[in-house]
Design a protein around this ligand. Structure first.
Ligand SMILES: [Zn+2]
Length: 365
């Protein structure tokens, strides 16, 4: 099983320069290779045989044209080629958009390198990386396993991180003991019911909502500044800092919640998100994006894999909000503002979200 660990890096001035050279070279190479592929396609698109015969250039051939590429990690360049291949595969097989050129301003600053014969390792409070040697790292969680690869990145506010991908032993599957159903909502972030019959509401943290208001303010401030002005650059940095803060706070909230759920329960039932439908409703879309449901489910799934838990995703047509969890009769669709309802069959008074989580819990059996 592969597991990723992310740590803050504290590079020296020279190391920072090296990293920014790597980010730049990887972006440059990616764009060169993409341009080459487009060129080939344009030249031979009318003749399939010729198109097949004229293979795109490899990253090694670009190193001959652009000697400065030799100054950075060769594996980082190889990974740029792999990333482009992946982007093409996604375009052809999964219907994603056509690969885009990476812009200097907007694209993520990162590069990936691989562990080959111990060229990446952690010693004390430093990580050894190919071509550059030891870089100071803050390692808060230790791991026991083989390092496969590392991705070094820089945030828009200038912080450096390394994400270390580690091969770890598989966890033994743990039989069901405690079960939980989780309903995701807008009023509360999540409402849960476990098989002891205990329901809990997990509201969106208030500080997060406050921070999001500040974010909107910073966004407006930026849009008022003149393009290319120094004040705009200042406002851009201020906005990036707020974004980073909100993203970190949200992740922190989600990590605490998913840590608790996956440590207390062996079987976890969640709904399947139908975001494509929901996003059509523009009012809802902002809240959904902010609510971080996808991140929540992502964390639940990988932490469950680590801990040998089972995650069950309810069928997307399962009417968890419509069914009465007491007698099973279908009370029909309810607008979002209906928070409580009474079952016409058995007379049970339901809290909308608790009832939904009870229905989801039923799928654990
Ligand atoms: Zn009922």
């Amino acid at each position: 099983m592969l597991k990723a660990f992310k740590y803050r890096l504290y590079p020296t001035k020279e190391q920072q320069e090296y990293f920014s050279k790597c980010f730049g070279c990887v972006r440059f190479l990616y764009n060169q290779m993409l341009a080459n592929r487009i060129e080939l396609y344009e030249a031979y698109k009318h003749d399939k045989e010729l198109l097949k015969a004229n293979k795109p250039r490899t990253y090694t051939s670009f190193k001959k044209d652009f000697p400065f590429l030799k100054e950075v990690d060769n594996l980082a360049l190889a990974n740029a080629q792999l990333n482009l291949n992946k982007a093409y595969k996604k375009y052809f097989k999964e219907g994603s958009g056509f690969p885009k050129f990476k812009s200097k301003k907007r694209s993520r600053k990162s590069y990936t390198t691989n562990n080959q014969g111990g060229n990446i390792r952690i010693e004390g409070n430093a990580i050894k990386l190919p071509k550059i040697g030891f870089v100071k790292v803050r390692q808060h969680r230790l791991f026991d396993g083989l390092i496969k690869s590392c991705t070094i990145s820089q945030t828009p506010t200038g912080k450096y991180y390394v994400s270390v991908l580690v091969e770890m032993e598989d966890v033994e599957w743990i039989p069901a003991k405690n079960k939980i159903g989780i309903d995701l909502g807008l009023t509360d972030f999540a409402v849960t019911t476990n098989d002891d019959g205990i329901s809990e509401k997990h509201p969106n943290p208030r500080h997060l909502r406050k921070a999001e208001k500040q974010l909107k303010k910073a966004q407006r401030a930026l849009s008022r500044k003149k393009i290319g002005s120094r004040n705009r650059e200042k406002a851009r940095l201020a906005l990036a800092k707020k974004h980073e803060k909100v993203a970190n706070q949200r992740k922190d909230f989600l990590h605490k919640l998913t840590d608790r759920i996956t440590s207390e329960n062996q079987v976890i039932v969640i709904e399947t998100l139908k975001t494509s439908n929901l996003l059509k409703n523009r009012k809802l879309s902002k809240s959904i994006a902010d609510a971080g449901w996808h991140e929540f489910i992502r964390q639940l799934e990988y932490k469950s894999a680590w801990r040998g838990r089972t995650v069950i995703k309810a069928d997307q047509w399962y009417a968890s909000t419509q069914l009465c969890s007491h007698c099973g009769s279908n009370g029909g669709k309810k607008p979002l503002d209906v928070r409580t309802w009474i079952c016409a069959e058995c007379g049970t008074v339901h809290d909308r979200d608790i009832n939904a989580s009870r229905n989801l819990l039923k799928l654990a059996n």
